[in-house]
Design a protein around this ligand. Structure first.
Ligand code: GLC
Length: 424
């Protein structure tokens, strides 16, 4: 077994806290939603029961309305802010009050397929409750985050995007007040360089939003009406559709035909809405700020994630691919979260320039779906090489390849297992 493949597995073991995996020690000491979905797909390559367990432990945090929160605080830790006392949610395993990109449905299907391929007799029985959790969560996205039925789901907090510090949120966040009664105790700066993290002022706004929604008792309808930040977002919607396709297949395999039709209808609605967000002049898809009513023009990786969920006509696909090539030009590690000629580009500050192995994983799937296996293969090789050269960092400086943020990171280990194509 190659050393790095073993190292990836060792990282997942070191970050295990009892059937769930923390993203990295200290900086992120709890279970994070989309991190765990990627991690489960990594485990599926060699330990199917553990892959199932990762997802089952995530579902312990699911709310009765269907939301799966972005953090599950299974056990206390004082190395992270904001903890449960700031979120003030009512769930019994303490959780945050917002969600995260729904990679979960992709993960459930991926683990199910691996279990079937390995001849596991209990595969369908173990998949069923996870499928049901996914369906409940998808219904929640449409009910709570798209109550007007547009097909694009909205985020009420930047952290809900998974791309927490993206310049896509700058204009919308500038409107959010910095007032908060919560004492802000930055713990992240004790673990990584301040130059890689959000600024203090951003943190005040992040917490202002948490305070606002906590005061609404985390009720989705009250939040929708009173949200100071509301973005109909293409990356999350594309992931929702991709997961939706996977759980639709599961529904059919499990004999849940009515539910399969329901899921197919949600997917179709969102595919149409995503396509309407294509901007030919920009050669990418854009999100919309629902408070200002404006398109969000800041260039970010999110503009290409819809490839994951759409079968594009050649003219659109080729334009998107040309734009992606332009952004990747001269990069040691593609794919940058913003292009280097953008005024807001910062090579090391997270989500403002750096490349991420899990974003590449999604883009590779999207390129393959759209018959651009040549570009997918380049990106796959470049991601594997980045990890082999620079380690299992949280993300990479695209100009130098340097590994940044937290080290020995679970989702980078999972991406290596998936993308290196090496088998135990
Ligand atoms: C950061 C990332 C988010 C991720 C979390 C844990 O907050 O922006 O996407 O889930 O770290 O890795």
């Amino acid at each position: 077994m190659p050393d790095l493949y073993q190292k990836a597995r060792d990282i997942l073991i070191a970050n295990d806290r009892g059937g769930y995996t923390v993203p990295t020690d200290r900086l992120y000491p709890f279970q994070w939603n989309w991190d765990s979905a990627f991690v489960a797909m990594g485990f599926a390559a060699y330990d199917i029961p553990r892959a199932y367990q990762e997802l089952e432990r995530l579902v312990e945090g699911q709310w009765s309305d269907g939301m799966i929160p972005h953090i599950i605080f299974h056990a206390p830790s004082d190395t992270y802010f904001p903890g449960p006392s700031v979120w003030r949610t009512a769930h019994t395993v303490p959780t945050s009050g917002i969600s995260q990109p729904p990679v979960f449905g992709m993960a459930v299907k991926h683990v199910h397929d691996a279990a079937i391929a390995a001849g596991k007799p209990d595969a369908s029985a173990r998949t069923l409750p996870l499928y049901e959790a996914a369906l409940k969560w998808h219904r929640w996205w449409y009910a709570a985050r798209d109550p007007e039925g547009t097909g694009l789901v909205a985020l009420l907090h930047p952290w809900e995007s998974g791309s927490d510090n993206s310049p896509a949120w700058d204009l919308a966040m500038a409107r959010v007040p910095t007032t908060t009664d919560t004492v802000i105790v930055r713990k992240d700066l004790g673990h990584v360089d301040a130059a890689m993290r959000p600024r203090d002022e951003d943190y005040k706004r992040f917490i202002h939003l948490v305070d606002t929604y906590a005061a609404f008792g985390w009720d989705p309808a009250r939040q929708w009406r009173g949200a100071p930040f509301k973005i109909a977002e293409v990356q999350t919607t594309a992931i929702l559709v991709k997961s939706g396709e996977e759980i639709e297949k599961l529904a059919r395999l499990l004999g849940r035909h009515e539910e399969a039709d329901e899921i197919a209808a949600m997917n179709a609605l969102s595919r149409k809405a995503l396509l309407a967000q294509w901007r030919p002049a920009l050669r990418r898809f854009v999100s919309r700020d629902l408070i200002s009513g404006e398109d969000i023009h800041a260039p970010t990786q999110a503009g290409f994630i819809p490839l994951l969920a759409l079968d594009l006509e050649p003219a659109i696909r080729d334009a998107a691919c040309e734009e992606m090539k332009l952004w990747s030009n001269g990069m040691i590690v593609a794919f940058p979260s913003t292009p280097k000629d953008y005024a807001g580009f910062e090579a090391k500050r997270y989500w403002r320039g750096p490349s991420w192995a899990i974003i590449n994983w999604l883009l590779i799937d999207g390129l393959n779906r759209n018959d651009r296996s040549d570009m997918a293969e380049d990106l796959r090789r470049s991601t594997v090489r980045a990890i082999e050269t620079n380690g299992f960092a949280e993300y990479f400086d695209p100009l130098t390849g340097e590994g940044c943020g937290g080290l020995d990171f679970s989702w980078t280990a999972a991406a290596y297992i998936e993308l290196s194509g090496k088998v135990a």
